[in-house]
Design a protein around this ligand. Structure first.
Ligand code: ARG
Length: 458
């Protein structure tokens, strides 16, 4: 049991207490950040004359050596240490002797862990943002190729109006684009350095907190030392933003699963992204989409967990906060994996365009357009709605579509119908006429695609 304290204790820690309290099994993931933060801290101590130039250099060399040895597998982060901070400090002292004991001058594990976690989350934000950017590129590629690929649009999971793959995928483009903007908002708000806050009330050493903040590429130091060691808002915000990413991925997954089903056959998921059944030889299952949908619960769980952990904690640091790590690490890995796999799955999906177009033609997706046709010929919309409603009933009875009816049959419903009705309610017209920005018409869609291309810098 290697721990950084013990002076005021007369008894050994109970073994169960030690294990319950220790965090090395998970905060070892903060190793890189701990070294980076420690190097910045001691560089500042050196600049301020709190340690000598030589001491600073020795400590930095020692920290770099530890980092190298761990990276090369020569040194292992083992459970004999309470946490990653103890591991680094104990190894530093082993390596360079008593001078290593000066590293922790003007620092507490409270501001140290606050820093490590911020550094970790800060780079995770960028990592998730990058993965989202890749996903957006794939979605935009699919949109570009499918501005004229017709499919039914749904409400209540019932065919509503025709649209295109470009338009449907464009909806997800907007969602993931907003997810990226949430990432950059959070980044901006959280990018302040807590180092120098000490245990809670700062220190009596003449630390230069602006300098450490600069060394670690923060916008500046945090402005209240108690808040610095107690703030986990950015973790909550990040997990909330990750939950939204998962919600979007999960909705998309649900559609992929439905479209890939034998009943729909709108798409075919590539063999590389499907799995088989141990008993039913005919099966090709959309497991990746299902897993992404399923893992959403786990990320929401992390968000609920941190919100609940934080709600009753008095200022300043309390050990409850150690609970921020496992769930955050797990959520980051889960979301990164989900985005990457989902992107690969999307990039290799085959669209059964004929089946989609045929499906769009059935189910009276042109009923609104038929009503609009009558409106353009002078009928008030509410009346036109009634006429087309009766027409649909008639078609259901005859088991046909509106466009299958003869002009005579149509005229029986309203004598405003003329030969041009067939053109007016064709699939192509229904989509192409929707030209206002945000709609599926080709011109409108192409304009949006250009805007999104510029946004992605491609
Ligand atoms: N493992 C602790 C955490 O994750 C580090 C901070 C410990 N501070 C303390 N006062 N015991 O929060």
């Amino acid at each position: 049991m290697a721990q950084l304290w013990g002076g005021r204790f007369t008894k050994e820690t109970d073994k169960l207490v030690y294990d319950f309290n220790a965090s090395i099994s998970f905060d070892r993931l903060l190793f890189d950040q701990d070294i980076e933060g420690s190097i910045a801290h001691v560089t500042m101590l050196g600049k301020q004359g709190i340690v000598s130039e030589n001491e600073m250099k020795e400590i930095i060399e020692g920290l770099k050596g530890i980092h190298k040895d761990v990276s090369e597998g020569k040194l292992e982060i083992t459970k004999e240490y309470e946490d990653v901070h103890s591991f680094v400090e104990a190894n530093l002292i082993d390596r360079i002797g008593d001078v290593g004991k000066k590293l922790h001058t003007g620092r507490s594990r409270n501001d140290q862990v606050a820093l490590d976690m911020r550094l970790y989350v800060r780079s995770a934000i960028l990592e998730v943002d990058e993965a989202l950017e890749e996903l957006l590129k794939v979605i935009l590629g699919i949109m570009e190729e499918n501005v004229e690929t017709y499919m039914p649009g749904f409400t209540h999971l019932q065919k509503a109006q025709p649209t295109t793959i470009a338009h449907h995928f464009g909806a997800y483009f907007e969602m993931f684009k907003r997810d990226r903007s949430r990432m950059s908002d959070i980044y901006e708000r959280m990018n302040y350095c807590p180092l120098g806050a000490g245990a809670l009330a700062g220190t009596t050493y003449p630390l230069d907190r602006f300098y450490t903040a600069k060394l670690l590429s923060f916008n500046g130091p945090t402005l209240n030392s108690m808040d610095s060691v107690s703030d986990r808002d950015y973790v909550v915000e990040f997990l909330s933003a990750l939950s939204l990413v998962m919600m979007h991925l999960s909705r998309f997954s649900e559609e992929i699963i439905i479209w890939n089903s034998n009943e729909y056959r709108f798409i075919e998921i590539d063999d590389a992204y499907s799995t088989g059944s141990s008993i039913m030889p005919q099966k090709k299952n959309p497991d990746i989409a299902e897993l992404v949908r399923g893992k959403t619960g786990r990320v929401y769980g992390a968000l609920m967990s941190i919100l609940t952990t934080m709600k009753g904690i008095p200022l300043a640091y309390n050990k409850d906060m150690q609970e921020d790590k496992e769930l955050t690490f797990d959520a980051i890995k889960t979301v990164s994996d989900c985005i990457t796999l989902f992107t690969g799955m999307l990039a290799t999906i085959k669209f059964n365009k004929d089946i989609m177009a045929k499906s769009a033609m059935k189910g009276f997706t042109n009923a609104t357009d038929a009503a609009d046709y009558l409106v353009k010929k002078g009928m008030p919309f509410r009346d036109a709605h009634g006429v087309i409603g009766r027409l649909v009933l008639y078609c259901i009875d005859k088991d046909c579509s509106i466009e299958d009816l003869s002009l005579e049959e149509l005229k029986n419903m309203s004598d405003l119908f003329e030969e041009d009705i067939y053109e007016a309610i064709s699939l192509k017209t229904c989509v192409e006429k929707r030209v206002t920005v945000g709609g599926p018409g080709m011109d409108a869609m192409k304009k949006v695609i250009d805007i999104e291309k510029e946004y992605l810098g491609i």
